[in-house]
Design a protein around this ligand. Structure first.
Ligand SMILES: Nc1ncnc2c1ncn2[C@@H]1O[C@H](COP(=O)(O)OP(=O)(O)OP(=O)(O)O)[C@@H](O)[C@H]1O
Ligand SMILES: [Mg+2]
Length: 463
């Protein structure tokens, strides 16, 4: 089977041939000049000039055609056009050559062996059976020319002062000329065709290797990304685990004295109702103590990240319930909540309280990112591979800067004056304990999307 060259390559070769033809025309003009002016040979200059003019015209035609093909590149029709053009180029050249030979002495012209160049060029340009058709065509046309002039059907043009004027009627010379001509042509076709074939094959193999290499490198980069993700998860979960142990102990110890401080502060506040300064100071103590208690509560939640108690439930129902808890709160007055929940999502295993806590964290964070209002999109659906139920929270709030994006899941990372920085790290721990994923996409000034993915079926043990 013929190995067809690529469209790019064929176009490049055709362009190359157009350039060669300009050179040929230049060479022809030079040869004519020397033959007539320097060596004083007498020949038919006008028909030769006409042939050169025709070659010039069709070469110009091909040149323009290429420009159009280049615009339609990649289409099968464009490739077919190029194949037709290859045959036309070779065919036109053959016609031009045969007429040139005819007007410059026929068989007595040693330039007749220029046909070999033509054939070699044809073999490079064409592929498959086309090459052999062209070779047979070239031999037949030459044979026809010799026969017609031999039988005097067409006139013979002799170049006076060059070769003797009887070669074209010399039968043995004609036979010898024709046979050596045909043998040379077919040998040339055979050799160039086999070289061109093996080159094309090699080129194909190279292309295949290149695409395989590209595919492998793409796979490698995907594997690398996955590795980086896993590594960061590992670091995160290690951080969470050690922090969990530490905070469980400390939080427990601090909770009781803090309750005491709060109670006694409230007593002092009641006793000193008339002392404005004490009232003011004690209120600061109370506020800060409450803040400490909030942190402690966060730490205890965090420490309680044990195995979730899971039941098969409707995740969207839990989301709706969580939204209903906050919807009427004054902070949500200027926030439009837009819900887009897919129907018939599967019931999955999860710990209702923990997941509700995650949803609440997401919703409150979104609200805090939109202090003057905005839109909160809640979406529920399936992942493309149907392995996860996906809930996403998209807000039109402040967004997260690139440098903070790596830190928001770190415990105690916060950009808020009254924040603990535990909301997201607790949420991440819960979701990972469920075998799920918590992802974020954000652009500073535009908004953020937090995506919770929980598996439909668990694979083995929890993380
Ligand atoms: N939807 C969001 N838009 C913009 N920034 C966010 C969003 N969610 C989280 N962040 C950023 O991530 C940080 C950490 O969030 P996280 O919920 O862990 O703590 P926090 O909200 O600051 O404190 P807390 O949850 O205790 O009130 C936030 O301070 C904020 O900078
Ligand atoms: Mg938060």
């Amino acid at each position: 089977m013929a190995i067809r060259p690529s469209e790019e390559e064929l176009l490049a070769r055709l362009n190359w041939f157009v350039k060669l033809r300009w050179l040929f025309l230049l060479g022809l003009a030079g040869v004519l000049f020397f033959a007539v002016k320097v060596f004083g040979l007498e020949m038919e200059v006008v028909p030769i000039a006409v042939i050169a003019g025709i070659v010039m015209l069709y070469n110009l035609g091909f040149y323009i055609f290429h420009r159009e093909v280049r615009e339609k590149k990649g289409r099968e029709a464009a490739f077919r056009g190029l194949r037709v053009e290859s045959n036309l180029q070779v065919g036109f050249d053959l016609a031009a050559l045969i007429f040139l030979v005819h007007f410059t002495g026929g068989i007595e012209n040693p330039f007749i062996f220029f046909f070999i160049f033509h054939i070699i060029m044809g073999s490079i340009l064409l592929f498959g059976r086309d090459i052999w058709f062209q070779a047979v065509g070239a031999c037949s046309v030459l044979l026809l020319l010799l026969a017609l002039s031999y039988f005097k059907v067409i006139p013979h043009y002799h170049i006076r002062g060059f070769a003797s004027d009887e070669l074209w009627t010399n039968t043995p010379y004609l036979w010898a000329g024709a046979v050596s001509f045909f043998a040379t042509i077919f040998m040339a076709v055979f050799l160039t065709d086999s070289i061109a074939r093996s080159l094309r094959k090699r080129e194909k193999e190279l292309l295949l290797t290149k695409t395989q290499l590209e595919k492998k490198s793409h796979e490698l980069s995907l594997a690398n990304q996955e590795l980086i993700r896993k590594q960061s998860l590992l670091i995160q979960s290690e951080k969470l685990a050690s922090l969990g142990k530490l905070s469980a102990g400390v939080a427990h110890e601090l909770n009781n004295p803090l309750t005491g401080i709060l109670n006694f502060s409230n007593f002092i506040k009641d006793y000193c109702q008339n002392q404005w300064q004490v009232q003011h100071d004690i209120e600061v103590v109370i506020r800060e103590t409450e803040r400490c208690k909030k942190i402690i509560k966060g730490l205890l939640d965090f420490a309680r990240q044990t195995q979730p108690e899971e039941k098969r439930e409707d995740l969207v129902a839990v989301l709706k319930k969580t939204v209903s808890l906050v919807e009427s709160h004054k902070d949500f007055k200027n926030i439009e909540i837009i819900k887009d929940f897919s129907e018939n999502l599967p019931m999955i295993m999860f710990d209702r309280d923990q997941i509700q806590q995650v949803f609440m964290n997401m919703i409150v964070n979104a609200q805090e990112a939109m202090p003057v209002g905005g839109k909160l999109y809640l979406r529920a659906g399936m992942s493309a591979d149907k392995k996860f139920v996906v809930i996403s929270f998209t807000d039109t709030g402040a967004g997260i800067s690139e440098e903070n994006l790596d830190k928001i899941f770190d415990p105690f990372f916060t950009t808020k004056e009254m924040g603990t920085g535990l909301g997201l790290s607790v949420s991440l721990g819960i979701i990972e304990n469920h075998g799920g994923r918590l992802e974020v996409r954000s652009a500073a000034g535009k908004g953020s999307t937090f995506t919770v993915k929980l598996p439909v079926e668990k694979e083995g043990e929890y993380l």
